[in-house]
Design a protein around this ligand. Structure first.
Ligand code: HGY
Ligand code: MN
Ligand code: MN
Length: 427
Protein backbone atom coordinates (compact mmCIF):
# COMPACT_ATOMS: atom_id res chain seq x y z
CA UNK A 1 0.00 0.00 0.00
CA UNK A 2 2.20 2.86 -1.27
CA UNK A 3 5.70 3.78 -0.27
CA UNK A 4 6.52 4.36 3.40
CA UNK A 5 8.41 7.38 4.64
CA UNK A 6 7.98 10.21 7.09
CA UNK A 7 4.98 12.05 5.69
CA UNK A 8 5.34 10.66 2.22
CA UNK A 9 3.31 7.58 3.12
CA UNK A 10 0.07 6.39 1.61
CA UNK A 11 -1.71 7.05 4.91
CA UNK A 12 -0.35 10.61 4.96
CA UNK A 13 -1.55 11.14 1.40
CA UNK A 14 -5.10 10.00 2.16
CA UNK A 15 -5.10 12.08 5.37
CA UNK A 16 -3.82 15.25 3.69
CA UNK A 17 -6.10 14.86 0.67
CA UNK A 18 -9.09 14.46 2.99
CA UNK A 19 -8.01 17.64 4.77
CA UNK A 20 -7.86 19.58 1.47
CA UNK A 21 -11.30 18.19 0.55
CA UNK A 22 -12.83 19.97 3.56
CA UNK A 23 -12.09 23.31 1.86
CA UNK A 24 -15.21 24.32 -0.06
CA UNK A 25 -16.83 21.00 0.84
CA UNK A 26 -20.49 20.60 -0.13
CA UNK A 27 -23.04 18.73 2.06
CA UNK A 28 -23.14 15.77 -0.40
CA UNK A 29 -19.42 15.01 -0.37
CA UNK A 30 -18.24 17.22 -3.21
CA UNK A 31 -16.56 20.60 -3.41
CA UNK A 32 -17.43 24.02 -4.78
CA UNK A 33 -14.13 25.89 -5.42
CA UNK A 34 -14.60 27.83 -8.64
CA UNK A 35 -11.55 29.67 -9.96
CA UNK A 36 -10.41 32.67 -7.90
CA UNK A 37 -13.22 32.40 -5.39
CA UNK A 38 -12.39 32.73 -1.69
CA UNK A 39 -12.60 28.93 -1.43
CA UNK A 40 -10.14 28.52 -4.30
CA UNK A 41 -7.90 30.96 -2.47
CA UNK A 42 -8.12 28.85 0.69
CA UNK A 43 -7.14 25.71 -1.23
CA UNK A 44 -4.20 27.59 -2.79
CA UNK A 45 -3.10 28.69 0.67
CA UNK A 46 -3.34 25.11 1.92
CA UNK A 47 -1.10 23.91 -0.93
CA UNK A 48 1.35 26.75 -0.38
CA UNK A 49 1.66 25.86 3.30
CA UNK A 50 2.11 22.15 2.57
CA UNK A 51 4.86 22.76 0.00
CA UNK A 52 6.65 25.60 1.80
CA UNK A 53 6.92 23.49 4.97
CA UNK A 54 8.80 20.90 2.88
CA UNK A 55 11.30 23.32 1.39
CA UNK A 56 9.58 24.37 -1.83
CA UNK A 57 9.80 28.06 -2.78
CA UNK A 58 6.27 29.29 -3.55
CA UNK A 59 5.71 31.52 -6.60
CA UNK A 60 2.74 32.66 -8.68
CA UNK A 61 2.73 34.07 -12.19
CA UNK A 62 0.69 36.91 -13.65
CA UNK A 63 -2.31 34.70 -14.45
CA UNK A 64 -2.43 32.97 -11.08
CA UNK A 65 -0.58 29.73 -11.87
CA UNK A 66 0.88 28.62 -8.52
CA UNK A 67 4.32 26.96 -8.41
CA UNK A 68 6.33 25.25 -5.69
CA UNK A 69 9.96 25.27 -6.87
CA UNK A 70 12.78 23.08 -5.59
CA UNK A 71 16.26 23.73 -6.98
CA UNK A 72 18.30 20.54 -6.97
CA UNK A 73 20.71 21.30 -9.85
CA UNK A 74 21.65 24.99 -10.25
CA UNK A 75 20.62 26.31 -13.65
CA UNK A 76 18.87 23.11 -14.75
CA UNK A 77 15.34 23.17 -16.17
CA UNK A 78 12.39 21.97 -14.10
CA UNK A 79 10.40 18.80 -14.23
CA UNK A 80 6.90 20.13 -13.59
CA UNK A 81 4.20 17.96 -12.00
CA UNK A 82 0.69 19.05 -11.12
CA UNK A 83 -2.91 19.66 -12.11
CA UNK A 84 -5.61 22.09 -10.89
CA UNK A 85 -7.31 22.91 -7.56
CA UNK A 86 -10.23 24.84 -9.02
CA UNK A 87 -13.49 22.91 -9.46
CA UNK A 88 -16.80 23.02 -11.22
CA UNK A 89 -19.62 24.32 -8.98
CA UNK A 90 -21.03 21.43 -6.84
CA UNK A 91 -18.42 19.06 -8.27
CA UNK A 92 -16.35 16.09 -7.22
CA UNK A 93 -13.49 16.45 -4.75
CA UNK A 94 -11.01 14.50 -6.95
CA UNK A 95 -11.06 16.23 -10.37
CA UNK A 96 -7.78 18.14 -10.53
CA UNK A 97 -7.15 18.32 -6.79
CA UNK A 98 -6.11 14.66 -6.67
CA UNK A 99 -3.41 15.35 -9.24
CA UNK A 100 -2.10 18.39 -7.38
CA UNK A 101 -1.72 16.59 -4.04
CA UNK A 102 -0.33 13.52 -5.80
CA UNK A 103 2.25 15.76 -7.48
CA UNK A 104 3.15 17.36 -4.15
CA UNK A 105 3.69 13.94 -2.58
CA UNK A 106 5.60 12.61 -5.59
CA UNK A 107 7.90 15.65 -5.65
CA UNK A 108 8.47 15.47 -1.89
CA UNK A 109 9.29 11.77 -2.09
CA UNK A 110 11.74 12.32 -4.96
CA UNK A 111 13.33 15.29 -3.19
CA UNK A 112 13.75 13.14 -0.07
CA UNK A 113 15.55 10.54 -2.20
CA UNK A 114 17.84 13.18 -3.68
CA UNK A 115 18.67 14.50 -0.20
CA UNK A 116 19.40 10.95 0.96
CA UNK A 117 21.61 10.35 -2.06
CA UNK A 118 19.47 7.49 -3.40
CA UNK A 119 18.29 9.54 -6.40
CA UNK A 120 20.69 11.50 -8.64
CA UNK A 121 18.99 14.64 -9.95
CA UNK A 122 19.90 16.12 -13.33
CA UNK A 123 16.90 18.46 -13.39
CA UNK A 124 15.04 20.63 -10.89
CA UNK A 125 11.59 19.92 -9.49
CA UNK A 126 8.40 21.97 -9.42
CA UNK A 127 4.79 21.36 -8.39
CA UNK A 128 2.13 23.38 -10.21
CA UNK A 129 -1.51 24.27 -9.53
CA UNK A 130 -2.79 25.63 -12.84
CA UNK A 131 -5.25 28.53 -12.59
CA UNK A 132 -8.80 27.98 -13.85
CA UNK A 133 -8.57 24.63 -15.60
CA UNK A 134 -12.33 24.14 -15.33
CA UNK A 135 -13.49 27.20 -17.24
CA UNK A 136 -16.80 27.26 -15.33
CA UNK A 137 -16.64 30.82 -13.92
CA UNK A 138 -14.26 32.19 -16.59
CA UNK A 139 -14.02 30.69 -20.08
CA UNK A 140 -12.20 29.04 -21.72
CA UNK A 141 -11.17 26.02 -19.67
CA UNK A 142 -7.45 25.22 -19.19
CA UNK A 143 -6.87 28.99 -19.03
CA UNK A 144 -3.75 29.15 -16.81
CA UNK A 145 -1.82 26.53 -18.75
CA UNK A 146 -2.96 28.11 -22.03
CA UNK A 147 -1.34 31.42 -20.99
CA UNK A 148 1.75 29.58 -19.68
CA UNK A 149 2.21 27.79 -23.03
CA UNK A 150 1.50 30.89 -25.11
CA UNK A 151 -1.82 29.60 -26.51
CA UNK A 152 -3.76 32.44 -24.87
CA UNK A 153 -2.65 36.04 -24.32
CA UNK A 154 -2.26 37.25 -20.73
CA UNK A 155 -4.26 40.44 -21.21
CA UNK A 156 -7.08 38.55 -22.91
CA UNK A 157 -7.22 36.09 -20.01
CA UNK A 158 -7.10 38.80 -17.34
CA UNK A 159 -9.85 40.78 -19.05
CA UNK A 160 -12.24 37.80 -19.17
CA UNK A 161 -15.28 38.37 -16.97
CA UNK A 162 -17.61 36.03 -15.12
CA UNK A 163 -21.43 36.26 -15.44
CA UNK A 164 -21.43 38.92 -12.70
CA UNK A 165 -18.95 41.03 -14.71
CA UNK A 166 -15.97 40.39 -12.40
CA UNK A 167 -12.70 40.13 -14.36
CA UNK A 168 -10.05 37.43 -13.86
CA UNK A 169 -7.66 40.20 -12.86
CA UNK A 170 -9.99 41.58 -10.17
CA UNK A 171 -10.92 38.12 -8.88
CA UNK A 172 -7.29 37.02 -8.61
CA UNK A 173 -6.27 40.29 -6.96
CA UNK A 174 -9.09 39.83 -4.44
CA UNK A 175 -7.44 36.57 -3.28
CA UNK A 176 -3.89 37.90 -3.74
CA UNK A 177 -3.54 35.30 -6.47
CA UNK A 178 -1.20 37.01 -8.94
CA UNK A 179 2.58 37.24 -8.80
CA UNK A 180 5.73 37.97 -10.74
CA UNK A 181 7.05 34.48 -11.51
CA UNK A 182 8.94 35.01 -14.76
CA UNK A 183 9.71 32.61 -17.61
CA UNK A 184 10.35 29.05 -16.36
CA UNK A 185 12.68 26.59 -18.13
CA UNK A 186 10.79 23.28 -18.29
CA UNK A 187 12.27 19.90 -19.22
CA UNK A 188 9.11 17.78 -18.92
CA UNK A 189 5.61 17.71 -17.41
CA UNK A 190 3.72 14.94 -15.59
CA UNK A 191 0.06 14.87 -14.53
CA UNK A 192 -2.18 12.27 -12.95
CA UNK A 193 -5.96 12.67 -13.03
CA UNK A 194 -9.12 10.64 -12.47
CA UNK A 195 -10.26 9.05 -15.74
CA UNK A 196 -13.75 10.57 -15.62
CA UNK A 197 -14.90 7.60 -17.71
CA UNK A 198 -15.63 3.88 -17.35
CA UNK A 199 -12.81 2.26 -19.37
CA UNK A 200 -10.43 1.31 -16.52
CA UNK A 201 -13.28 0.12 -14.33
CA UNK A 202 -14.54 -2.09 -17.19
CA UNK A 203 -11.14 -3.55 -18.07
CA UNK A 204 -9.92 -3.91 -14.50
CA UNK A 205 -6.64 -2.13 -15.26
CA UNK A 206 -5.26 -0.03 -12.40
CA UNK A 207 -3.56 2.78 -14.32
CA UNK A 208 -4.37 4.55 -17.59
CA UNK A 209 -1.35 5.63 -19.64
CA UNK A 210 -2.74 8.38 -21.84
CA UNK A 211 -1.39 8.28 -25.38
CA UNK A 212 -3.54 10.99 -26.95
CA UNK A 213 -6.53 13.30 -26.73
CA UNK A 214 -9.94 13.26 -28.38
CA UNK A 215 -10.49 16.40 -30.43
CA UNK A 216 -12.92 19.04 -29.14
CA UNK A 217 -14.91 21.91 -30.61
CA UNK A 218 -16.73 24.21 -28.15
CA UNK A 219 -19.16 26.85 -29.36
CA UNK A 220 -21.09 29.60 -27.66
CA UNK A 221 -24.33 30.10 -29.55
CA UNK A 222 -26.90 32.90 -29.36
CA UNK A 223 -30.44 32.56 -30.64
CA UNK A 224 -32.04 35.96 -31.18
CA UNK A 225 -35.82 36.34 -31.48
CA UNK A 226 -38.30 38.94 -30.22
CA UNK A 227 -40.06 39.41 -26.92
CA UNK A 228 -43.83 39.03 -27.03
CA UNK A 229 -46.79 38.08 -24.82
CA UNK A 230 -46.95 34.30 -24.22
CA UNK A 231 -50.72 34.46 -24.28
CA UNK A 232 -52.02 37.06 -26.64
CA UNK A 233 -49.40 36.93 -29.40
CA UNK A 234 -50.61 34.87 -32.36
CA UNK A 235 -48.44 31.76 -32.91
CA UNK A 236 -47.55 32.84 -36.46
CA UNK A 237 -46.25 36.15 -35.15
CA UNK A 238 -43.86 34.69 -32.61
CA UNK A 239 -40.06 34.71 -32.97
CA UNK A 240 -39.32 32.46 -30.05
CA UNK A 241 -35.59 32.28 -29.16
CA UNK A 242 -36.16 29.54 -26.57
CA UNK A 243 -37.92 27.34 -29.14
CA UNK A 244 -35.03 27.89 -31.56
CA UNK A 245 -32.46 27.04 -28.89
CA UNK A 246 -34.44 23.97 -27.84
CA UNK A 247 -34.40 22.64 -31.41
CA UNK A 248 -30.61 23.03 -31.42
CA UNK A 249 -30.38 21.18 -28.11
CA UNK A 250 -32.35 18.26 -29.54
CA UNK A 251 -30.26 18.34 -32.73
CA UNK A 252 -27.03 18.23 -30.72
CA UNK A 253 -28.23 15.06 -29.00
CA UNK A 254 -29.36 13.40 -32.24
CA UNK A 255 -25.95 14.19 -33.77
CA UNK A 256 -24.37 11.75 -31.32
CA UNK A 257 -26.62 9.00 -32.72
CA UNK A 258 -26.01 10.06 -36.31
CA UNK A 259 -22.21 9.76 -35.79
CA UNK A 260 -22.32 6.93 -33.26
CA UNK A 261 -19.40 5.17 -34.99
CA UNK A 262 -17.22 8.27 -34.63
CA UNK A 263 -17.88 8.16 -31.81
CA UNK A 264 -19.21 11.61 -31.11
CA UNK A 265 -20.08 13.05 -27.72
CA UNK A 266 -22.27 16.15 -27.67
CA UNK A 267 -23.88 18.38 -25.05
CA UNK A 268 -25.52 21.78 -24.74
CA UNK A 269 -25.02 23.43 -21.34
CA UNK A 270 -25.21 26.78 -19.50
CA UNK A 271 -28.55 27.91 -21.00
CA UNK A 272 -29.14 31.62 -20.36
CA UNK A 273 -32.71 32.70 -21.29
CA UNK A 274 -33.63 36.37 -21.55
CA UNK A 275 -35.74 38.04 -20.23
CA UNK A 276 -36.63 34.73 -18.56
CA UNK A 277 -40.09 35.88 -17.53
CA UNK A 278 -42.99 33.40 -17.31
CA UNK A 279 -45.27 35.52 -19.48
CA UNK A 280 -42.75 36.62 -22.11
CA UNK A 281 -41.64 34.78 -25.25
CA UNK A 282 -37.83 34.71 -24.99
CA UNK A 283 -35.96 37.26 -27.09
CA UNK A 284 -32.48 35.78 -26.60
CA UNK A 285 -30.93 32.50 -25.50
CA UNK A 286 -27.19 31.95 -24.99
CA UNK A 287 -25.76 28.47 -24.57
CA UNK A 288 -22.63 26.36 -24.97
CA UNK A 289 -22.34 23.51 -27.45
CA UNK A 290 -19.61 20.94 -26.70
CA UNK A 291 -18.59 18.44 -29.43
CA UNK A 292 -15.92 15.74 -28.90
CA UNK A 293 -14.61 12.92 -31.09
CA UNK A 294 -11.36 11.00 -31.57
CA UNK A 295 -11.91 11.54 -35.31
CA UNK A 296 -11.52 15.17 -36.46
CA UNK A 297 -13.39 14.36 -39.71
CA UNK A 298 -16.43 13.36 -37.63
CA UNK A 299 -16.17 16.65 -35.72
CA UNK A 300 -15.98 18.64 -38.95
CA UNK A 301 -19.04 16.81 -40.35
CA UNK A 302 -20.93 17.37 -37.10
CA UNK A 303 -20.15 21.11 -37.17
CA UNK A 304 -21.41 21.34 -40.73
CA UNK A 305 -24.62 19.58 -39.69
CA UNK A 306 -25.07 22.04 -36.79
CA UNK A 307 -24.68 24.97 -39.18
CA UNK A 308 -27.26 23.49 -41.56
CA UNK A 309 -29.77 22.93 -38.75
CA UNK A 310 -29.19 26.46 -37.46
CA UNK A 311 -30.01 27.82 -40.92
CA UNK A 312 -33.21 25.76 -41.00
CA UNK A 313 -34.23 26.98 -37.52
CA UNK A 314 -33.68 30.57 -38.66
CA UNK A 315 -35.83 30.06 -41.74
CA UNK A 316 -38.65 28.21 -40.00
CA UNK A 317 -38.90 30.24 -36.79
CA UNK A 318 -37.86 33.76 -37.76
CA UNK A 319 -34.92 33.82 -35.34
CA UNK A 320 -31.21 34.48 -35.87
CA UNK A 321 -28.57 31.97 -34.76
CA UNK A 322 -24.98 33.06 -34.10
CA UNK A 323 -22.32 30.35 -33.62
CA UNK A 324 -18.95 31.38 -32.14
CA UNK A 325 -16.10 28.87 -31.76
CA UNK A 326 -14.76 29.57 -28.26
CA UNK A 327 -12.29 26.72 -27.66
CA UNK A 328 -10.94 23.83 -29.67
CA UNK A 329 -8.14 21.32 -29.67
CA UNK A 330 -7.26 18.57 -32.11
CA UNK A 331 -6.60 14.86 -31.82
CA UNK A 332 -3.01 15.00 -30.59
CA UNK A 333 -0.61 12.44 -29.12
CA UNK A 334 1.58 12.46 -26.02
CA UNK A 335 5.27 11.71 -26.52
CA UNK A 336 6.15 8.02 -26.94
CA UNK A 337 9.10 8.17 -24.58
CA UNK A 338 6.85 9.51 -21.81
CA UNK A 339 4.37 6.71 -22.47
CA UNK A 340 7.30 4.28 -22.19
CA UNK A 341 8.45 5.75 -18.86
CA UNK A 342 4.93 5.47 -17.45
CA UNK A 343 4.54 1.87 -18.61
CA UNK A 344 7.96 0.93 -17.21
CA UNK A 345 7.09 2.37 -13.80
CA UNK A 346 3.73 0.57 -13.77
CA UNK A 347 5.45 -2.71 -14.63
CA UNK A 348 8.02 -2.20 -11.85
CA UNK A 349 5.16 -1.62 -9.40
CA UNK A 350 3.22 -4.59 -10.71
CA UNK A 351 0.25 -2.45 -11.71
CA UNK A 352 -1.78 -3.39 -14.80
CA UNK A 353 -1.58 -0.40 -17.15
CA UNK A 354 -3.71 0.39 -20.19
CA UNK A 355 -2.95 2.73 -23.07
CA UNK A 356 -5.90 5.00 -23.69
CA UNK A 357 -7.11 8.36 -25.01
CA UNK A 358 -8.44 11.14 -22.85
CA UNK A 359 -11.87 12.52 -23.77
CA UNK A 360 -11.68 15.39 -21.31
CA UNK A 361 -9.19 18.18 -21.78
CA UNK A 362 -6.51 18.71 -19.14
CA UNK A 363 -3.62 21.10 -18.58
CA UNK A 364 -1.48 18.37 -20.10
CA UNK A 365 -3.47 18.97 -23.34
CA UNK A 366 -1.61 22.29 -23.50
CA UNK A 367 1.69 21.17 -21.95
CA UNK A 368 2.24 18.20 -24.33
CA UNK A 369 2.48 20.72 -27.20
CA UNK A 370 5.60 22.36 -25.67
CA UNK A 371 7.42 19.74 -23.56
CA UNK A 372 7.55 15.93 -23.22
CA UNK A 373 4.47 15.11 -21.15
CA UNK A 374 3.40 12.02 -19.19
CA UNK A 375 -0.37 11.81 -18.53
CA UNK A 376 -1.81 9.16 -16.20
CA UNK A 377 -5.28 8.09 -15.08
CA UNK A 378 -6.69 6.29 -12.07
CA UNK A 379 -10.14 4.64 -12.33
CA UNK A 380 -13.37 6.57 -11.67
CA UNK A 381 -16.22 4.70 -9.97
CA UNK A 382 -18.98 4.30 -12.60
CA UNK A 383 -17.14 6.90 -14.70
CA UNK A 384 -18.80 9.67 -12.69
CA UNK A 385 -17.24 13.15 -12.72
CA UNK A 386 -18.26 16.82 -12.52
CA UNK A 387 -20.65 15.42 -9.93
CA UNK A 388 -20.48 15.29 -6.12
CA UNK A 389 -20.64 11.47 -6.33
CA UNK A 390 -17.26 11.40 -8.10
CA UNK A 391 -15.17 8.71 -6.39
CA UNK A 392 -12.07 6.51 -6.71
CA UNK A 393 -11.02 3.65 -4.45
CA UNK A 394 -8.35 4.73 -1.92
CA UNK A 395 -6.02 1.93 -3.03
CA UNK A 396 -6.25 3.27 -6.60
CA UNK A 397 -5.51 6.82 -5.43
CA UNK A 398 -2.44 5.59 -3.57
CA UNK A 399 -1.26 3.43 -6.47
CA UNK A 400 -1.49 6.49 -8.70
CA UNK A 401 0.73 8.48 -6.33
CA UNK A 402 3.29 5.68 -6.43
CA UNK A 403 3.28 5.65 -10.24
CA UNK A 404 3.56 9.43 -10.45
CA UNK A 405 6.45 9.28 -7.96
CA UNK A 406 8.27 6.79 -10.17
CA UNK A 407 7.63 8.82 -13.33
CA UNK A 408 8.78 12.10 -11.71
CA UNK A 409 11.87 10.32 -10.33
CA UNK A 410 12.77 9.03 -13.81
CA UNK A 411 12.23 12.46 -15.39
CA UNK A 412 14.25 14.27 -12.70
CA UNK A 413 17.19 11.85 -12.93
CA UNK A 414 17.17 11.36 -16.71
CA UNK A 415 20.72 11.14 -18.08
CA UNK A 416 22.29 13.71 -20.39
CA UNK A 417 22.00 17.44 -20.69
CA UNK A 418 18.35 18.34 -20.40
CA UNK A 419 16.67 20.14 -23.29
CA UNK A 420 14.43 22.90 -22.00
CA UNK A 421 11.48 24.89 -23.28
CA UNK A 422 11.12 28.26 -21.56
CA UNK A 423 7.68 29.70 -20.90
CA UNK A 424 6.99 33.14 -22.39
CA UNK A 425 7.49 36.28 -20.35
CA UNK A 426 4.21 37.45 -18.79
CA UNK A 427 5.67 40.78 -17.76
O1 HGY B 1 -12.99 20.89 -21.16
C1 HGY B 1 -12.61 19.87 -20.61
O2 HGY B 1 -12.69 18.76 -21.13
C2 HGY B 1 -11.98 19.94 -19.23
O3 HGY B 1 -12.81 19.29 -18.30
N1 HGY B 1 -11.68 21.28 -18.82
MN1 MN C 1 -9.72 18.22 -14.41
MN1 MN D 1 -13.08 19.04 -14.74
Amino acid sequence: MGQQGDDGSAEAFLRDFAQLSTIGATPRGGVDREAATVRDGMARAWLGGWLASRGFAMRTDAVGNQFGLLDLVPGAPYVLAGSHLDSQPTAGRLDGAYGVVAAAFAAHRVATGVAAGTTRATRNLAVVNWFNEEGSRFGPSMMGSAVFTGRLGLDEALATTDPAGVSVRAALDAIDGRGEQGPLPVAAYAEIHIEQGRELEETGDRIGVVTGTWAARKFRFRVLGEQSHTGSTRMVDRRDALLGASLLVVEARSLADRFADGPLHTAVSQLDVRPNSPVVVASEVRANLDLRSPDPAVLDAAVERVRAVAARVEAEHGVRVELELTHSWDRQDYQDDCVAVSERVCAELGLAARRMLTVAGHDSTNMKDVVPTAMLFVPSREGISHNEREDTAPEDLVAGVDVLTGVVRELVSAPGTPAAWTSPSLG
